[in-house]
Write a protein that binds this ligand. Sequence first.
Ligand code: ADE
Ligand code: ZN
Length: 345
Amino acid sequence: MIDIESFVRELPKTDLHMHLEGSIEPELMMELAARNGVPLRWETADALRRAYDFRNLQSFLDLYFEGCKVLFTERDFRDVTRAYLARAREDGVVRAEMFIGPQSFTERGVPIEALMNGVLSALEGARIQHNMSAGLLISVHRHRTEVEAMTVLEQIMPWRDKIVGIGMGGAEIGNPPSGFARFYQTARERGFHTCVHAGEEGPAAYVREAVEILKVDRIDHGNASLADPDLVRDLAEREIPLTVCPLSNLRLHVVADMAQHPLRLMMEAGLKVTVNSDDPPYFGGYVTENLLSCYNALDLSVSDIVRLVRNGIEAAFVRPEERAQLIARLEQYTALFGAHLPAVR
Ligand code: ADE
Ligand code: ZN
């Protein structure tokens, strides 16, 4: 016999929507602040954790950008990336795709080399140490200008072959995707995969712009899509994946409670939804906790959970051979353990 919690934790799964800046556990935040002589408003890690009580996306972003100020050196970026990858591996993640937004750092004079070399060396280490596959997504801020985003695209070109994709996050309302058409076109022309946060706090119209104007490969969040049936049909027909982050949505009051989360309706509408952690310490859970809270609140079945994990593998920015290996690993796991669950629903 195996209980559902162990079954979900051990499932070979993906985390495709996770921000490295949002992955710093409070203890590591305190350590980095002390190492770099950065004064924090909190005396202890517990006091910092108690501050993770948000009204909306902006109130979270304020704290998130404050947290970015503890990172300076290549070693800092390596430590943060390593810590997330080790934690994700314990959580059963076999493919992680991680965002980092250079603008928070370069605006303070942190060299792009420190950031890129630190993150990429940890990524390479995870491949060797944890037999884990990891990809880097460079993210720009939508509350800054498109010209600034283009500068980021130029700065990262020396590492072109080590970056899998380009995304965009930050304050959504009032900053529609259409303002970044040239940036996304250039990113696509340079061979990057693309994604964008859309329909988290913003409307379905932003998701439509993301698909039609930015022509992204994936939508991050996309909760608002259900308000537009034509859009849902397009997303389903074109199999455009949505990287949904249920605990993030709960903690940022995108949904009033988990029972009202649209994940189940999204699945029923034929959307290729995946479950991801976004900023795990800030929102109280890694992928396993996200899956389990949906399983419990939305009365999902075990096969729904396996479907969500399979969608993650299908949505990953990996080569066909790696995708086939990940699918085989998932199928082997479900064949071994799926029949040993006590009450399968
Ligand atoms: N940056 C980190 N997490 C984010 C989120 N949930 N939405 C927009 N930008 C973000
Ligand atoms: Zn996000």
